[in-house]
Design a protein around this ligand. Structure first.
Ligand SMILES: [Fe+2]
Length: 178
């Protein structure tokens, strides 16, 4: 992505101790993360609206908590890009170009929704992880902190969703066999 340096940066250059080339590289990575996060936010809200079946109540409420968390994170990621002196992507065209997530055409079943959200959180985690080394190399602790926090949330959410797909606990399976 050809990240634009803001007009305000031309009027008064950003002088925070991170070279412009590093700030641009970090912002490019954060822009891909923002696109993943926004796409995952919308996917989760879509599934909140359209989930059906016996697990409706559980999933409807769970997806609501998840999309609210993702919505808040959009702002944190975008404003970190701005603090680095670069404009943040903010429309569907840019997000579609930048995201690594797939978009579904039809309404999936409840189990398929869970599987798709696990994949979405894992994909977003991989994007976040790929940017951490770039931020650390440039001593950009605030970005590294933000990425670490995002990783914790994506990995934990993926685990919780993945657990919904397991029929029974390993202990229960062992007890049944005995
Ligand atoms: Fe709602």
């Amino acid at each position: 992505m050809s990240s634009n340096v803001g007009a305000e940066a031309k009027a008064m250059p950003v002088n925070i101790g991170i070279e412009e080339t590093d700030r641009r590289e970090i912002a490019e990575g954060l822009s891909r993360l923002l696109a993943d996060n926004f796409t995952l936010y919308l996917k989760t809200h879509n599934f909140h609206w359209n989930v059906t079946g016996p697990m409706f109540q559980t999933l409807h409420i769970m997806f609501e908590a998840q999309y609210n968390e993702l919505w808040t994170a959009n702002d944190l990621i975008a404003e970190r890009i701005r603090a680095l002196g670069v404009f943040a992507p903010g429309n569907y065209k840019e997000f579609a170009q930048l995201t690594s997530l797939n978009v579904e055409d039809a309404v999936p079943t409840a189990n398929e929704m869970i599987r798709l959200l696990v994949e979405g959180h894992e994909t977003t985690a991989r994007t976040a992880r790929s940017v951490i080394s770039v931020a650390e190399k440039a001593n950009d602790a605030p970005t590294a902190d933000l990425l670490t926090e995002r990783l914790q949330i994506h990995e934990k959410t993926a685990w919780m969703l993945r657990s919904l797909l397991a029929e029974e606990s390993p202990a229960a399976a062992t007890a049944q066999k005995a």
